[in-house]
Design a protein around this ligand. Sequence first.
Ligand SMILES: Nc1nc2c(ncn2[C@@H]2O[C@H](COP(=O)(O)OP(=O)(O)OP(=O)(O)O)[C@@H](O)[C@H]2O)c(=O)[nH]1
Ligand SMILES: [Zn+2]
Length: 205
Amino acid sequence: MYQDIEQALCRLTTAHGDFRLYGFKEPGTGLEHAALCCGDFSDGSPVLVRLHSECLTGDTFGSCHCDCGPQLRGALEAIAKEGRGALLYLRQEGRGIGLLNKIRAYALQEKGADTLDANRLLGLPADARDYGFAAAMLGELGISSVRLLTNNPHKMDSLSKHGIHVEDRVPLQVGRNRRNGAYLDTKAHRMGHLFDILREAPADD
Ligand SMILES: Nc1nc2c(ncn2[C@@H]2O[C@H](COP(=O)(O)OP(=O)(O)OP(=O)(O)O)[C@@H](O)[C@H]2O)c(=O)[nH]1
Ligand SMILES: [Zn+2]
């Protein structure tokens, strides 16, 4: 479906370890996605992979309203520890509705809506993400089979539909705090996220 994907590559040393940093430009949208990789994928065995959706507030500003920042760092740590894996940083801010709409959704949550209803009150889908280009990025990286770091079964289904074999799910249950408990419970109760262990675990702070 995607041909001649524009891309770039360099090395990147991070607090978590040394990675190869790839950039991929998505045709049509022009969005520039990233992949941080380490290890060799050429033997075809399942690769530890995280599909991380952009969250400016959580990843960069340290917001306590969600679990994205701890998930991002936890995934990079897990991949570096294994010495082989890939984190795809996908420009899907606000589950694909964009930054301004996410801010509008947060404003509605201040008035009592939960994360799912806030999107709907804006006339937007609860989750507007598509993983077709993520699957294409994995193909470009030589990855056809994954062990997916996620609590979201929809990501596994979507990758499978796009031709990537999902061998296993590796839970990524970090970052619960006093502020985001209701948000995580909504994801578990209304959005199908698999949080059984997390829900019994003590808060991080
Ligand atoms: N619209 C909206 N987006 C949010 C909100 N909180 C976090 N996000 C976005 O949600 C995305 C992360 O999705 P999550 O549902 O937390 O997790 P997931 O990626 O589906 O599943 P995991 O793989 O288990 O992390 C990021 O793009 C965030 O910007 C919110 O209240 N409203
Ligand atoms: Zn977030």
